[in-house]
Design a protein around this ligand. Structure first.
Ligand SMILES: NC(=O)c1ccc[n+]([C@@H]2O[C@H](COP(=O)([O-])OP(=O)(O)OC[C@H]3O[C@@H](n4cnc5c(N)ncnc54)[C@H](OP(=O)(O)O)[C@@H]3O)[C@@H](O)[C@H]2O)c1
Length: 279
């Protein structure tokens, strides 16, 4: 098999396939990164053509789908092979890639990596794949080497990216909000241990709150007997004042306050947090 793209993630994938007993050939645009994998039992190839032409399975992990397609263009004889794409892109990019590979006679599985390179191969690592079930079934055992929570979620090729990008909207805003919050707390003299303790509690609360919000959005019922948008909006304005007065760049918190203001102006203030979805 071939791994095309040996950045931080691609290198972890190649090492894991090799340690799982597979013969892996790897190519990277900057050759040194593929050559560095030789000690882990991965054979570096001098060209993408050399890496991929004999491979029935090529796993591509580059910065984005444009780069992946550009590299695959130079491979003659993709017909009959399966490409597994783990490069970022929109679900439309994935559909275009599937169409183009179909014209070359190759199959596509698209994937999304919900973990860091250091988790690859661990029981906790989650990767999801989409594309035709018969293609998944052919390569399932190999792809499951990548993590204990690897699974196929949809026959629709767009499925994996749609799940990844949709849930990314939560993960990255939460993490950037956490950066603002922690910088503020440290600036105000709170100890890291105290911040960790409060964060652990907030994560438990967040698990409960996200479950409530999801079922309210799904059912369309936003009444609350716990906390209204008015209460959150008042709180958000105070949080923003605190973070700004600590001299911390606070664009995530400012966006939250703006959104809650907009919900109040739209007459949703008496409803629960999930009612922002009606904006
Ligand atoms: N790192 C993570 O934690 C993580 C988690 C989830 C998903 N991902 C996704 O995995 C993909 C790779 O991420 P990474 O962390 O490995 O990034 P990275 O370390 O920056 O590596 C990027 C890779 O893409 C290659 N590349 C970029 N443009 C190219 C082009 N025009 N032609 C050929 N190769 C090109 C780079 O080659 P050079 O070495 O020659 O520059 C390198 O191999 C991204 O789509 C990323 O979003 C990463």
């Amino acid at each position: 098999m071939a791994v095309l793209g040996c950045g931080l993630m691609g290198s972890a994938l190649a090492r894991r396939f090799a340690s799982g007993g597979l013969a892996v050939t790897a190519w990277n645009r900057t050759p040194a990164r593929a050559e560095a994998l030789a000690s882990g039992g991965v054979r570096p190839a001098a060209s993408v053509e050399e890496a991929a032409r004999e491979a029935r399975l090529a796993v591509v992990c580059m910065s984005d789908i444009d780069a992946a397609r550009q590299a695959l263009r130079s491979v003659r004889g993709l017909a009959g092979s399966t490409v597994v794409n783990l490069s970022d892109g929109t679900s439309d990019d994935v559909a275009d890639l599937e169409r183009w590979l179909g014209e070359q006679g190759a199959d596509l599985l698209d994937g999304a990596t919900f973990c860091y390179p250091e988790q690859i191969g661990e029981p906790t690592a989650m990767l999801v794949f989409s594309g035709p079930s018969r293609t998944w079934e052919k390569h399932e055992l190999i792809l499951k080497l990548l993590g204990g929570r690897t699974r196929h979620i949809s026959d629709d090729i767009r499925g994996a990216k749609a799940l990844y990008l949709g849930s990314g909207a939560f993960f990255v805003t939460a993490l950037t909000g956490f950066v603002e919050s922690t910088a503020c707390l440290l600036r105000r003299g709170h100890a890291l241990e105290e911040i960790r303790d409060t964060t652990a509690y907030a994560l438990e609360l967040l698990r409960h709150a996200t479950e409530e919000v999801a079922s309210s959005i799904e059912s369309g019922r936003h009444e609350t007997d716990q906390a209204t948008i008015h209460v959150f909006a008042d709180g958000a304005r105070k949080v923003l004042g605190e973070v700004e007065s600590a001299g911390i760049e606070s664009s995530v918190m400012a966006a939250v306050a703006r959104k809650l203001d907009a919900a109040e102006r739209a007459g949703l203030g008496h409803l629960g947090y999930s009612a922002q979805s009606l904006l």
